[in-house]
Design a protein. Structure first.
Length: 463
């Protein structure tokens, strides 16, 4: 095992590094829009904060359900049954179609959510227009995520990364051009950013389909056979992973993004400062997300190959890399908080408040990194429902509920803060508790054989 250690660590690091480069390119879409909207108008940045919160909640939750299929395909690959992957991928298109339909309903009818969260009426019209444009980007974005999950399960994320980096080169000039106008195009404001997002997502999907048709990597998977009727046994297997996985992501993301909707009532300066902090936190999250994807791919590969010891070893290597990356990101947030906030906004009030928030986001990120890796590895062992229950209790109950009380009504001996800082403090505490519980759960799962772990996951509360 000592000889295998550097090799396993290197495989995870290279896989995660490749995924990270692509994820950062995608996150740069949001950074671009935040900077462009902030330079266009403070009102546009505030509307972007609310609109992007809703879109991200929808997209990432649905994406989580699709991404949860990674262990299935990685196990088939590890077991040498790659010819079966193609049929499984075709069956997953039924899941993707249902996800697209559900997401479009929410994006095209956000009015009840905007009213429930008391988003100012002056902001609602702009947010609604922005989401109607982004609805056009949802189908290609989810289908491309399916392509990305397939590549990650096979241990070949490089093609996805190149597509994402290339799309950024298109997204940046389009966002600037269509937002500010020029060359015969009128200034479209925030809608211009949305249209640029639509264009690059359809472009990435078209190129992904072309690669799947032409690259030798996909030939043995037999992807391009006729579409079979729904295989309900296969779809139930997808549901056992995808539904709890998607709901877990929904709880996690909404506990994060609903902050923007509740903070909006504090005014445009608070909403704009929160958008800066949340955007930087989302960028930092790409590090543990990439590590989670890479580690779970290796863990599932070894489980499929019938080697639970090497699966546990892969988890340990991934955990060490994840913790190191989280410490580096948290330190950068604290040490460079002033320049980072100033990069996003020229408004002194907004930049000063954002710099304060970044102190809390550093703690938030450390806890987020640990729990992210744990939940990815738990899915490899089919443990999905208990993490969902923990998410609901802590992230919604203590994180979001406690944040609301601390911000607007007071919590115990602490008076109402009337500041976005209250949301970051309580959310950080909730994530820290979540991370500790996940570590305990994962330790219990990993102490047995794979058969023991699967038996555990089948118990009430396990799956």
């Amino acid at each position: 095992m000592s000889r295998a250690a550097p090799g396993e660590r290197g495989l995870i690091a290279r896989h995660a590094g490749t995924v990270l480069a692509g994820q950062l390119a995608v996150m740069a879409f949001g950074v671009t829009d935040t900077v462009v909207a902030g330079r266009f108008a403070q009102d546009a940045l505030a509307a972007l904060s609310v609109g992007s919160a809703i879109f991200i909640s929808v997209f990432v939750s649905l994406m989580g359900g699709l991404q949860a299929l990674l262990p299935i395909w990685a196990e088939l690959s590890g077991a040498g049954r790659r010819a079966e992957v193609g049929r499984s991928v075709r069956q997953s298109l039924y899941v993707a179609a249902a996800a697209v339909a559900l997401g479009l309903i929410v994006l095209l009818h956000p009015e009840p959510l905007l009213r429930w969260t008391d988003v100012p009426a002056a902001m609602q019209a702009e947010v609604t227009r922005y989401l109607a444009v982004l609805a056009l980007a949802l189908p290609p974005a989810l289908l491309f995520r399916l392509y990305s999950t397939l590549n990650q399960s096979l241990g070949h994320p490089r093609l996805v990364t190149w597509l994402q980096i290339g799309a950024l080169a298109v997204k940046l000039p389009l966002s600037i051009w269509w937002t500010f106008g020029g060359l015969g195009v009128p200034a479209l404001g925030l809608v211009g950013c949305g249209l640029a997002t639509v264009a690059v997502n359809w472009l990435m999907l078209a190129l992904a389909l072309w690669l799947m048709r032409t690259q030798p990597l996909y030939r043995e998977l037999r992807l391009w056979r006729g579409m079979e009727r729904p295989d309900w046994r296969q779809l139930r297997q997808f549901a056992r992973l995808g539904v709890p996985g998607g709901l877990s992501v929904l709880v996690e993301v909404t506990s994060f993004t609903l902050m923007a909707l509740f903070i909006a009532r504090l005014g445009t300066a608070a909403a704009a400062a929160h958008q800066i902090a949340s955007n930087l936190t989302a960028v930092a999250y790409m590090v543990p997300l990439s590590m989670g994807l890479a580690t779970s791919a290796r863990v599932s590969h070894w489980l499929g190959a019938g080697d639970p010891a090497r699966a546990r070893h892969a988890y340990r290597q991934g955990f060490e890399l994840t913790l190191a990356g989280a410490l580096a990101c948290a330190a950068a947030m604290v040490l460079a908080r002033g320049p980072l906030a100033g990069l996003y906004s020229s408004d002194a009030t907004v930049a000063a408040l954002a710099a304060t928030l970044l102190m809390a986001t550093a703690a938030y990120h450390l806890a987020d990194a640990v729990q992210t890796l744990c939940v990815f590895v738990l899915r490899c062992y089919r443990v999905t429902v208990l993490p969902l229950a923990i998410y609901c209790t802590l992230l919604w109950g203590i994180g979001l509920g406690g944040s609301y009380l601390l911000a607007y009504r007071g919590l115990g001996p602490w008076p109402a803060m009337a500041s976005p800082l209250a949301f970051w403090i309580m959310s950080s505490a909730a994530l820290a508790m979540t991370a500790m519980l996940f570590l305990l759960l994962l330790a219990r799962v990993l102490t047995g054989t794979r058969a023991d772990a699967l038996a555990f996951s089948a118990r009430p509360g396990g799956r």
